[in-house]
Design a protein around this ligand. Structure first.
Ligand code: SF4
Length: 61
């Protein structure tokens, strides 16, 4: 499974980083970015993606 943050959509709320801190981090421009490889289990990443208020996290199975 791969995940990717669409930076155009990200509003820097920090939810994904709180929910899946081993899979998302802050980029130098203040947007979230995926950690490669992600360090959380799939369900945690999916939950974080689902919690993004703007749907900026794309999941590829
Ligand atoms: S939850 Fe969505 S909007 Fe918030 S920091 Fe993560 S990617 Fe950006």
């Amino acid at each position: 499974m791969k995940c990717k943050v669409n930076k155009e959509k990200c509003i820097s709320c920090g939810t994904c980083i709180v929910l899946a801190e081993a899979s998302f981090k802050w980029d130098e421009d203040g947007k979230a970015v995926e950690v490669v490889p992600p360090g959380d289990d799939e369900q945690t990443i999916k939950d974080a993606a689902g919690a993004c208020p703007v749907g900026a996290i794309e999941i590829e199975e």
